[in-house]
Design a protein. Sequence first.
Length: 432
Amino acid sequence: MIVPNFCCIFAYQTGNTMKKYFFFFYLFVCLFSCTKYDEHKVVICIPVYGQSLALGEEAELITNFDSLSAMADGRIVTENLDHDFGFFDNDKKKQWAKKILNYTKRTFELSVYGMAESLVNQLGKDTLICIFPGGQGATDMGRLNRGNDCYIRFLENIQTACLTARGNGWDFYVPAICWMQGESDVFYYLGADYKKNLLRWLSDFNEDIRKITHQQQDVRIICYQTNLLTNAVYFQADSFECREMAVPQAMMELIRDDTLFWASGPTYPYNFVHELKHLDGVSQKRFGYLAAVSALGVVRGTDRFRGLVPTRTIPAGTDVQISFNVPQPPLILDTLLISNPSYYGFSVIAPDNRNILQSVFLKDDVITLHCSESVVGCKVRYAVNGETLKSGWKKGPRGNLRDSQGDSLKVDILGKTYPLHNWCYQFELQLE
């Protein structure tokens, strides 16, 4: 009210010409005020945390940062709410130096780039999507917990984003993080209870996030699954005791059973650099678009997305039936997109280390495994196979079971179209 009153008084004293000028000035002030009101934003922060896959190690950069910045009026931002993507280091000084020097030799493709590109097209124009990586390569979970440098730096980045947003008068919260950690815990045979430790991590993280954002809702984990069994030196596919399965099994069970865990997917359907440990750039992008399905569900408050996981086993003589949660029917045994490792990736291992599986049948959402002898006391496995030191859909631990989501949900990357199917999570189930 101060500006309009001032304008009217001054215009009255200076004649008709000045009245016109100040009339337009008055309109400008009003429009400016409305614009400021319309520019209120909600910043949703969904970073990725873990080890080398989270940081995109060796993944050739696919995303064009200029395009990412311009997309949807710049609504995809970093922890500084700016568009300086690609600069990461746990050391603040080194990260600052990389930005100043524009050091891009260790700038890799991150899954959250693809995730943000998908989300920004499905959320309102008042929403900013804040993304960045956290963690450290070749690091077991014990060194990513509360109190460690990686964890502290991750929280600092979230706090920076929160303070910047609140300084602009915007809302800020962390609905979820993308989890990509577990390889080191498989390789090094640490013997730790991965499920228990991951739940402890999430509990600590939720407590620390609430201190920063004061949000009421819990942070969800959008969880991948590490599948690099054959990189472990003692791995044997037909061994009844398969220690390497402890970590991927824990991930599958949390996704299946825990309300704070949402599915992204296993890594075996993708390409790895030199077929070793790291997803390539296109695969990181594809994986990010798949993670966006859960991210959108978390933001919108839909039913929890569990992905393709086993829900029930029924042993009967020499057969065992396995039922599944199927996000998008029908189930398919696909040997085109993933090479068949034999029996579509299934095995039934007897206590004396023999695979007794003879045939696999699929009907609706049920897989029936027919064996050469009674299945009681055996273990049913999926995607526990592969050649030594190989990863991915050709030669790594893998299976052929997927849903049909990709028939309607696809992504175009570098001129090639990829279906976004949900592939079955790797699992091991004891039969009683």
